[in-house]
Ligand binder design. Structure first.
Ligand code: ASC
Length: 560
């Protein structure tokens, strides 16, 4: 018998998560750092590698987990890093090992998935490259990585308490947008910053808030990897005088298309190619602004610097201006241009089950929440993975959450009965079945308000079959794109619209599916899906030493 030896590379990391003083936007605050860095260290791996992170919680009084966003965790659902779903929060002082395989090349990131710890700065980049000797379906001479986030001066504890208070204290718009953890609050890179009293920033270059300049050579092609881990903001990026060719979305190749600017929602990643074919004696602004909510945050800026031109030479043309925040047609036309790269795997032609999820803002005893089919998700103390695996029925609500919402529901008006219930039920998906989900947006509590929500699925990619206006009807099915729909892990629903997606429940485990706006998840905007948990083998016991699973271990006296 011939035994093929496959070289498996394990990449070991030892990480300490801690609070530390830092000045991401030139104002010193407390941020969540890893090994003294903010953002956390970048992981670079190759397809097939095993990532092994020994994560020690150095926070003195709170738990922590890290989610590997976009990594499907095939066969390792306990390493997904979602508190209450895949594991117990890691206690202060304790170490948990995340060990998983990265099986698909692309641009990914990781972030905290407990309370508002993403807003607190717990994130970093994860890049998976094609194996040596293989090639991406496009060429580039160099690459940059831009991890985008939003930043508040209020502490995440104040944010959490505010979001759980009656009346709600909304977190408001961010103070600053950050590029690779760097932004400017009380000064600007621009010499004459319009109407405000802000002055031009003076940097020596070593400041924590000094921008990272993108240094390029003329007449080359660069890959710019973009990922958004914002807590709230939807963003738009443009590079003065340069077009961008979109080639990757969420770790999947797309049919290349050219844009002047690109929308990126929280939870999404893209790769774009730029050609440095402009006047090499000049530099150009890279500008990132807020979309979809009335902005109250100045754009993030950095510079594309053509070598050997000095980086300190300011661009002569002003920074590109983001489209108007509510120009949804602009966003829709971009989004609807995204197709899978020709020759990609197509979705199954039919579905076994269809779930429609109505997104509404509601009240519970006067507290403002978000609800899905009138249920606002509350996380139980025992991780679903453990409750389901060991049949602990009191671990979560045993009633199945609703598959649909009343067909008479008026999505164009505030909810007629704005009261909702809480729940922790699970959508149980039969193994290997094809599931369609229709995400239906609606009016929020206030009149004439419907917001953008980027939905992120753990453990799977899904095909985006289509988008539409108003309420989804059966007739819309005829318009589904089954030919070349993009595969993604995050998709947006536009105000008053619907989005249809399809996936195969082929990954045993318990998985979150939720709005990636962190305060919205905190307010209940998510559901839990589970399939074939009985097939999951080898859950490390320290993933489950809390709640009912901890009690079960005690009874069985089988604590390792
Ligand atoms: O969840 C939210 O709450 C506020 C607002 O609706 C209530 O103040 C807002 O803008 C959200 O997105």
């Amino acid at each position: 018998m011939v035994v093929k030896s496959t070289a498996v590379k394990v990449r070991h990391y030892k990480w300490d998560v801690e609070y530390m003083f830092w000045a991401p936007d030139c104002e010193e605050r407390v941020v969540m750092g890893i090994n003294g860095q903010f953002p956390g260290p970048t992981i670079r791996a190759e397809v097939g590698d095993t990532i092994h992170v020994d994560l020690t919680n150095k926070l003195s009084t709170e738990g922590v987990v890290i989610h590997w966003h976009g990594i499907r965790q095939l066969g390792t659902p306990w390493a997904d890093g979602t508190a209450s779903i895949s594991q117990c929060p890691i206690n202060p002082g304790e170490t948990f090992t995340y060990r998983f395989v990265v099986d698909k090349a692309g641009t990914y990131f990781y972030h905290g998935h407990y309370g508002m710890q993403r807003s607190g700065g717990l994130y970093g980049t994860l890049i998976v490259e094609v194996p040596k000797g293989q090639h991406e379906p496009f060429h580039y001479d160099g690459e940059f990585n831009l991890l985008l986030s939003d930043w508040w001066h209020e502490s995440i504890h104040e944010q959490e308490v505010g979001l759980s208070s009656k009346p709600l204290r909304w977190i408001g718009e961010p103070q600053t947008l950050l590029i690779n953890g760097r932004g400017q609050y009380n000064c600007s890179l621009l010499p004459n910053f319009g109407n405000s009293s802000s002055t031009q920033c003076k940097f020596s270059g070593t400041e924590q808030c000094a921008p990272q300049i993108l240094q390029v050579l003329p007449n080359k092609t660069y890959r710019v990897r973009l990922a958004s881990t914002t807590a709230l903001a939807s963003l738009n990026i443009a590079i003065g005088n340069h077009k961008m060719i979109v080639v990757e979305a969420d770790g999947n190749y797309v049919q290349p298309f050219t844009v002047d600017d690109l929308d990126i929602y929280s939870g999404e990643s893209y790769s774009v190619l730029i050609n440095t074919n402009q006047n090499p004696n000049k530099n150009y602004w890279i500008s990132i602004g807020v979309r979809g909510r009335r902005p109250n945050t100045p754009p993030a800026l950095t510079i594309l610097n053509y070598k050997p031109t000095s980086a300190s030479k300011l661009p002569t043309i002003s920074p590109p201006i983001t489209p108007a925040w509510n120009d949804y047609n602009h966003s829709k036309s971009f989004t609807k241009n995204i197709f899978a790269l020709m020759g990609s795997h197509t979705p199954p032609a039919t579905y076994d089950r269809r779930i429609a999820l109505l997104n509404t803002q509601n009240r519970i005893d006067g507290f403002i929440k978000w609800a899905i089919n009138n249920v606002s998700l509350v996380f139980p103390p025992t991780p679903y993975l453990g409750s389901i695996k060991f049949g602990l029925k009191s671990g979560f609500d045993q009633t199945n959450p609703p598959e649909n919402f009343p067909s008479s529901y008026d999505i164009m008006s505030p909810p007629a009965n704005p009261n909702t219930t809480t729940g922790s039920g699970v959508y149980r998906l039969r193994y290997n079945t094809t599931v369609d989900i229709i995400l239906q947006n609606a009016n929020a509590l206030g009149a004439n308000v419907s917001e953008i929500h980027p939905w992120h699925l753990h453990g799977h990619d899904f095909w985006v079959l289509g988008y539409g206006e108003g309420k989804f009807t059966k007739d819309d099915e005829a318009k589904f794109n089954l030919k070349n729909p993009p595969l993604r892990n995050t998709v947006v629903i536009f105000p008053y619209g619907w989005t249809a997606l399809r996936f195969v429940a082929d990954n045993p485990g318990a998985w979150a599916f939720h709005c990636h706006i962190e305060p919205h998840l905190h307010m209940g905007m998510g559901v839990v899906l589970a399939s074939a948990v009985e097939r999951v083998q080898g859950i490390p016991s320290n993933a489950l030493t809390c709640g009912l699973t901890a009690k079960m271990f005690l009874k069985k006296k089988n604590i390792p």
